[in-house]
Design a protein. Structure first.
Length: 754
């Protein structure tokens, strides 16, 4: 401390300063808090006679986190051990309107706590702040009615506790005060109105509530408690209302009430919501009409209202609505509700600039499930698919059943195309899992088309149309995948309709074409068979490959007719060659998965053989791995029946599908075919060589012939010959030929190809 200040304080008789100096004996720096004031002669105001100082030891205050007190929302006072105020924070200055000069050095009881019968102290010994400072007693939540310097009264809730320095010595007290005037005023008003309101509410058999946001006090009538499933003796607090609401309604109701409680909002609101009984668990539908009251400053100080139980009325209306707008099998929204609801969603997306998407989900291979197992199993499959679609989507998304095995998923808010692609992939993985139904494990897969709001169409009908076209593109890509709509899909749809009609006309007029490609014995070069390959001539006379029209035949329901035509024509041609002395040992036909799944497939083949007069041992039927493995038990039964008649069974495209050795060994096979995707790269790709070697080894182990298809180079032929492959076919020997050209080629080569 500067010497001149110390000397000035020493000259004073003020005991606090004197004690401070004695305590420290000037061996360390003093930290004082207070003020100084000059004194003058009464007769001569210009003649200064000295300095009056009040100083308080502030070391303890400095040990505190002073910023907390300075920024606290409550009033805070600190006193010495005799309850003299040595500090007040800014909120205390604002609340009590006393300057530091007016307050410092004064006792709390003298300047703040005026005598009042509601708990204010009458004597110093009764003052809780004094007792905290002097005796170390703590007092909490006591209420004073006090007066500001201007005489205005207000209520404060107080806490007083002793204050200790670092050495554990009591150096005074800390006194907190919170203004609760608004709460007390509201309490007085509540007492006056509650009785009348309660009588009226009970007479009308309505639920009633009265809530004070600032104090969180709440009153519920007996009927209100019933609406929330609460007994009459239950404890109600400010959280009970929202806790009793159905989780799906909670935020909506909270938002409505908060909006009504906003200054200038009017304060009136009415809502319908569900409650979940907090003790009985019962769900009820409740109608609530409420009113928010505001104080002069626009602050919400009270919410009152009534409630009515509308459960019976709501459930009756809901039953009618559900029946009219939902699919009776799956419970999903039907087409009518889909369009009604989603047009609103799209309109909202348009207003806020959000992106939306539509997914068209169609089940692959669903019709055979109904055919094989009956509609009861098919219905259970649809119900499970509906459940899985709901599991794959968000609560805000819409899943609808259009009919049959077609579903629509509407995603109201997405970010570009990435979000719908993610959902589509999740659906693919989830729906494709086997569905257990009784003792069955039923497998279906979806094909999904995606369209984007605004980019592809502006309304729901247009989006569904585009997604439908994209879904067919997914089916053309191999099924169990998804595609996003592109403009060329529209042209494909037009071409598809035209091609479908051409296919029908060709079937009706017997104008389809079969081409034949020779199969060669690698060791001898002898022609040991032919594979029948169907072609369809388009409007320009160009022959279309099966990849271009077989999917259309399947979707149009023509695949059975088409497969039967191929079988009859191939058997007829084989018998004709036999009759004319053209010795072709075998004729191979391809069988589609749809054709093979038909319950009468095996009997149809044997009937066709009998009608043609052909030797059954000359017929080979080729099936892919995926076709056979789709239902291995059924496949074994059908193939065993054909095998018993002498028909030879060929597994096509080996290496591209399951290749489950345990299943392959159980199939009544005669031949394996190495897919062209491997034979194309036999000269350069080690992986293709390894797969080809494995298939050849598998054939040898199972005593089966092995054919390499798609052979176009001498190098590939040499590789197959060197590694023990039995047969080969491909452009190296001949392209597919018409029956007439095949006869000419065969005779020209004398049945051999070197």
């Amino acid at each position: 401390m500067p010497e001149n200040i110390i000397l000035g304080i020493q000259a004073l008789t003020a005991s606090p300063a004197t004690r401070l100096m004695k305590r420290y004996a000037f061996t360390q720096a003093l930290h004082l808090y207070g003020f100084c004031q000059r004194t003058y002669e009464p007769e001569n105001k210009s003649n200064c006679t000295g300095v009056l100082c009040q100083a308080t030891d502030m070391q303890t205050l400095l040990d505190m986190d002073f910023s907390i007190a300075e920024h606290a929302a409550d009033s805070i006072f600190i006193t010495d051990t005799e309850a003299h105020v040595v500090y007040q924070n800014p909120e205390a200055r604002r609340m009590f309107r006393l300057s530091d000069q007016e307050l410092y050095g004064q006792r709390v009881i003298d300047k703040i706590a005026h005598q009042y019968p509601e708990g204010n102290p009458d004597t110093l010994e009764q003052c809780k702040v004094y007792r905290a400072a002097t005796y170390g007693e703590t007092a909490r939540d006591f209420i004073w009615r006090v007066y500001r310097a201007d005489g205005s009264p207000f209520y404060v809730s107080c806490t007083a506790s002793p204050h200790y320095n670092k050495e554990g010595i009591r150096v005074g007290a800390v006194f907190f005060a919170t203004d609760i005037t608004a709460r007390r005023n509201a309490e007085e008003a509540l007492v006056k109105s509650t009785e009348k309101l309660q009588l009226a509410i009970e007479a009308a058999e309505l639920g009633m509530f009265d809530y004070f946001p600032q104090t969180t006090e709440v009153v519920w009538s007996e009927k209100m408690r019933e609406h929330f499933g609460l007994p009459s003796d239950s404890i109600i607090n400010s959280n009970t209302f929202y806790l009793g609401l159905h989780a799906d309604d909670r935020e909506r109701i909270r938002s409505i009430i908060e909006e009504a409680s906003r200054p200038g909002a009017g304060g009136r609101y009415q809502v319908e919501f569900r409650t979940i009984g907090l003790t009985d668990g019962q769900q009820r539908w409740i109608f609530l009409r409420g009113q928010v009251h505001f104080d002069a400053d626009g602050n919400a100080i009270r919410r009152v209202g009534v409630t009515v139980d509308i459960t019976e009325k709501y459930e009756a209306e809901k039953r009618l609505q559900v029946a009219a707008q939902h699919d009776s099998l799956t419970g999903l929204p039907n087409r009518a509700l889909l369009f009604e609801y989603c047009e609103h969603l799209l309109a909202q997306a348009e207003r806020i600039g959000a992106n939306s998407a539509v997914l068209f989900v169609d089940l692959d291979r669903f019709k055979p499930i109904n055919d094989l197992y009956g509609h009861e199993v098919g219905d259970k499959v649809l119900q499970e698919v509906a459940r899985r679609l709901l599991h794959c989507t968000r609560k805000e998304d819409v899943v609808s059943r259009l009919g049959g095995d077609e579903f629509i998923v509407v995603l109201p808010r997405v970010h570009g195309s990435q979000d719908p692609e993610t959902v589509a992939q999740h659906i693919l993985e989830t729906v494709a899992r086997p569905i257990p139904i009784d003792s069955l494990q039923v497998a279906v897969s979806p094909s999904i088309g995606i369209s984007l709001f605004r980019k592809h169409a502006e309304d729901l009908a247009g989006l569904i149309r585009c997604a439908d076209l994209a879904m067919y593109a997914a089916k053309r890509a191999g099924r169990n995948t998804f595609r996003i709509y592109m403009p060329e899909h529209q042209q494909f749809a037009i071409d598809k309709v035209q091609l479908e009609q051409q296919l029908k006309d060709a079937l009706d007029a017997n104008k389809l074409t079969l081409l034949y490609q020779p199969v060669i014995d690698i060791a001898t070069g002898q022609v040991v068979g032919a594979e029948a390959l169907i072609r369809l001539a388009d409007a320009n006379g160009t022959l279309l490959s099966p990849d271009q029209f077989i999917p259309i035949a399947e979707s149009a329901g023509l695949i059975d007719r088409l497969g039967l035509w191929v079988a009859r024509e191939a058997c007829r041609q084989q018998q004709h060659w036999q009759d004319t002395g053209l010795s072709i040992p075998s004729m191979a036909i391809n069988v589609s998965a749809s054709q093979f799944r038909h319950p009468e497939f095996a009997s149809r083949i044997t009937q066709t053989i009998d009608e043609s007069g052909m030797d059954p041992t000359c017929l080979e039927i080729e099936l892919t791995e995926s076709t056979v493995m789709d239902n291995i038990t059924e496949a074994i039964a059908k193939l065993t029946h054909l095998k018993s008649r002498g028909v030879r069974i060929v597994l096509d495209d080996v290496g591209t599908g399951y290749s489950n050795l345990s299943h392959l060994s159980n199939l009544p096979l005669d031949k394996l075919k190495i897919d062209r995707s491997f034979t194309d790269q036999l000269e350069s790709n080690e992986s293709s060589q390894s797969i080809a070697d494995t298939i050849i080894g598998l054939g040898r182990a199972l005593n089966l012939e092995v054919v390499g298809e798609g052979i176009e180079s001498e190098g590939a032929m040499r590789y197959l010959r060197h590694h023990g492959c039995d047969q080969a076919q491909g452009y190296l020997f001949s392209k597919p030929l018409s029956a007439h050209d095949f006869e000419s080629w065969y005779r020209a080569h004398d049945g051999h190809c070197h």
